[in-house]
Design a protein. Structure first.
Length: 249
């Protein structure tokens, strides 16, 4: 298996091809071995820092061709798009921060380019985590926190509004029409999972008794309503998902 050569790849000389290979291994290992996935992800983060790919001037100096410069930037943002959600799902702070990347995320040329949407999703949940769960955020008054809850939800809704038209209904229980389109079924399920995951990241910690005194009763009820609605939509969609869909995620 190609993943067995990961130690040799990680120890190989620093090149853009090495980074591409590591990112490909990360993609493959996600469904196979969580320990290998974490090892490769950590290696990729350290390697992009070694190459200083967050700095556009260094990219310009280190890579002669326009294609290699573009590839270096895309590698940085692709890693960002997978490292941030991975970290936040596990309750740890992400290693990559867009405030330290001085070049813009890739721009989609058409509706079939999902890469910019994945980068934007990572930005949304990273921003939500900072606004709601950083140490400074946890010291906010409940009025300030409610403003941040609203801002985080607005970011998520803005992301949903940027999806191609057929996918903008991922917050509704009737996914059958979307899933019947086999050209977008796989990505639709991915976006569906991400949207409802974000709802729970934003609101679920503020729905229980532990949030007493931290948000108002009205916001606690609203958070509960959004989480219950998301759970109902997920359950309503579950019988439309096959084991192959799960394996292909």
């Amino acid at each position: 298996m190609a993943l067995n050569s990961r130690a040799n790849v990680l120890d190989s000389p620093n090149t853009l091809l090495k980074l591409q290979t590591i990112l490909a291994m990360i993609t493959v290992s996600e469904q196979l071995d969580s320990n290998i996935y974490c090892e490769l992800l950590t290696g990729a983060v350290n390697y992009t820092r070694t190459l200083k790919l967050e700095n556009s001037d260094l990219i310009h100096n280190d890579y002669a061709s326009i294609e290699d410069r573009d590839l270096a930037r895309r590698c940085q943002w692709y890693l960002y798009s997978i490292e941030v959600p991975y970290s936040i799902r596990r309750g740890i702070s992400p290693s990559l921060d867009p405030d330290w990347i001085d070049h813009a995320p890739p721009q989609g040329s058409n509706e079939t380019d999902w890469f910019p949407l994945q980068c934007l999703y990572a930005f949304v949940i990273s921003s939500a985590a900072k606004m709601l769960y950083s140490q400074s955020a946890l010291r906010q008054s409940f009025i300030e926190r409610e403003q941040m809850l609203g801002a985080a939800y607005n970011l998520l809704e803005d992301w949903r509004s940027r999806l191609p038209a057929p996918l903008r209904g991922i917050h509704k229980p009737d996914m059958q029409r979307i899933l019947d389109n086999h050209q977008i079924r796989h990505i639709a399920l991915s976006m569906f999972r991400q949207y409802h995951e974000a709802i729970f990241i934003i609101y679920f910690p503020w729905t229980g008794i532990q949030s007493t005194g931290r948000v108002s009763d009205d916001y606690r009820r609203r958070g509960m309503e959004l989480c219950v609605n998301s759970a109902q939509v997920v359950l309503a969609t579950a019988n439309q998902v096959s084991s192959l869909d799960i394996l292909d995620r």
